[in-house]
Design a protein around this ligand. Structure first.
Ligand SMILES: [Cu+2]
Length: 496
């Protein structure tokens, strides 16, 4: 906790050492050797923090520690491949920073002078962009425009003074690297807390991946996504936001992907108090419960948690409330299936006879271009045998893995109803895995809850004091049992 306190110390700006704006090659980095004092230590704080804002929590993502070098807050980011467990058993190969995708959260205070050493441990060049920062152009990280890309094994040292406040972020400025995880939150606190003061302050980063069956590497070219994450986890693997009944809560949402996400909170009205440009004047605040977070945007929402309960917080795009959505890969969810494309020409509407929307050609239009577009491969995504609406033959296997595999409520004549199934096998008792995602923050949720949580979905748990204390106590015990899970740069994130 000491490093958290450390974030809140206001460090005098100015008089910093100017870093040379030079990209170092792999060899030069080696020659530079170990920089003195590169052991990251959060400076222990003795300054009382009344009046200062609470530090942000980024559930499931570590904070990035810093060390003081004179008046400069020095951070160290390592761009590197990361193994990220999105839900239990689904480990994907991403690229991120310091063992995490999204990368660790950086917190500074307005007026801070910061230095960020960026090492590139990727097999290709990268560049770090500071999204929305008002800094000298040489520090902007626009590859080719403001600096040479950082080569594999190379280093670039960024240094600037920050006179802004709000929810910002850092990301690789190589577009395809953005799509494989390379973003992190960069929160700039005001010196004095805003009014009304919030008691809890959370960051959630929205990301999306297309991970096709039988492979662990996202297809970053894909335009459709089947894994939607909050802070690198999909429901039910996210850690819920825990708040006390009556507290004022801020949630900072950051989006970097191919889609815009309407994020919806149950049970409360919130106001949008900030964007990627910083704090919004109070005159702009109007009540809502869904905020559209566009690509490259951030939105801060604030509300008073005045309604006790376990409230869902989720993207409201229906396909973003699902896990591992994929079509055309075998029995899954639709009774009659969709005809694959007849062939590429007809799929593109280049017809020899008939109209593009005719019964013969229509189903092919725009569908199944390329590999696999043959008429022979009509695929039914549904139970193949009418009469048995339970499609999963591999249930014992899945139970062994810890799935609860309860039976969904399905009527006897379900298969005779056009449209069946819609959701029966997508969420519900079969998908429940309460034990597999057990953690203090989930304590006391209704049994079977996890079967209904997927994609960009977590809880805001508004708890009475005694339940809140119980969870905090469990959390302390768990942290006490674990070997120190420090936010050390370069450390592999352990997946338990
Ligand atoms: Cu969404």
């Amino acid at each position: 906790m000491s490093s958290r306190r450390g974030f809140l110390q206001n460090v005098l700006a100015g008089a910093g050492i100017f870093a040379s704006a030079k990209v170092l090659s792999a060899q030069e980095v080696q020659m530079a050797g170990d920089m003195p004092g590169m052991k990251m230590k959060g400076k222990k704080g003795s300054i009382p923090d009344h009046g200062s804002p609470v530090p942000v929590e980024t559930p499931d993502v570590p904070n990035l520690p810093f060390r003081m070098d004179g008046n400069v807050k020095e951070f160290h980011l390592i761009a590197e491949p990361v193994k990220q467990e999105i839900v239990p058993g689904r480990v994907v190969d991403l690229w991120g920073y310091n063992g995490s995708a999204p990368g660790p959260t950086i917190q500074v205070t307005r007026g801070d002078r910061v230095r960020i050493i960026v090492d590139n441990h990727l097999p290709e060049a990268t560049s770090m962009h500071w999204h929305g920062f008002e800094i000298p152009v040489e520090m902007d990280g626009a590859p080719g425009a403001s600096q040479d890309p950082i080569p594999p094994g190379g280093r670039f040292v960024y240094e600037f003074t920050l006179n802004q406040e709000g929810t910002y972020f850092y990301h690789s400025h190589m577009a395809m690297q953005e799509m494989i995880g390379m973003i992190g939150a960069f929160v700039m606190h005001p010196k004095e807390t805003y009014k009304p003061r919030v008691d809890k302050d959370f960051v959630i980063i929205l990301q999306e991946y297309a991970v096709l069956p039988n492979i662990n590497v996202p297809n970053t070219m894909n335009m459709e996504f089947n894994w939607l994450t909050f802070n690198g986890k999909s429901g039910p693997a996210n850690t819920p936001l825990i708040v006390r009944h009556g507290e004022r809560v801020r949630i900072r949402l950051i989006n970097l992907g191919m889609d815009h996400h309407p994020i919806h909170l149950h049970g409360h009205q919130f106001v949008v108090t900030g964007t990627e440009g910083g704090r919004q004047p109070e005159s702009t605040w109007g009540p809502g419960n869904t905020v559209l977070v566009g690509v490259a945007q951030s939105r801060d929402v604030e509300f008073v948690a005045n309604n006790p309960g376990d409230w869902m917080l989720h993207c409201h795009l229906p396909h973003h409330m699902m896990n591992q959505m994929s079509s055309m890969v075998g029995p899954m969810s639709r009774r009659n299936g969709i005809r694959a494309g007849l062939d590429m020409e007809r799929g593109m509407g280049m017809l020899r006879q008939g109209s593009a929307t005719s019964g013969e050609n229509g189903p092919s239009l725009g569908r199944g271009l390329g590999v696999g577009s043959t008429a022979e491969q009509t695929i039914s995504n549904s139970p193949l045998k009418a009469g048995n609406p339970m499609p999963h033959q591999d249930m014992p296997d899945m139970q062994r893995q810890g799935m609860q595999m309860g039976k969904p409520e399905v009527s006897k004549d379900a298969n005779s109803v056009p449209g069946f199934p819609q959701d029966a096998f997508m969420e519900g008792p079969m998908m429940a895995m309460d034990k597999m995602v057990d953690k203090p923050e989930n304590f006391g949720l209704r049994p079977g809850w996890s079967g209904f949580m997927a994609g960009m979905m977590t809880f805001v748990r508004v708890l009475p004091q005694d339940k809140y204390d119980q969870i905090m106590e469990l959390r302390r015990k768990q942290e006490g049992n674990k070997p120190m899970k420090m936010d050390m740069p370069g450390m592999e994130r352990k997946h338990e």
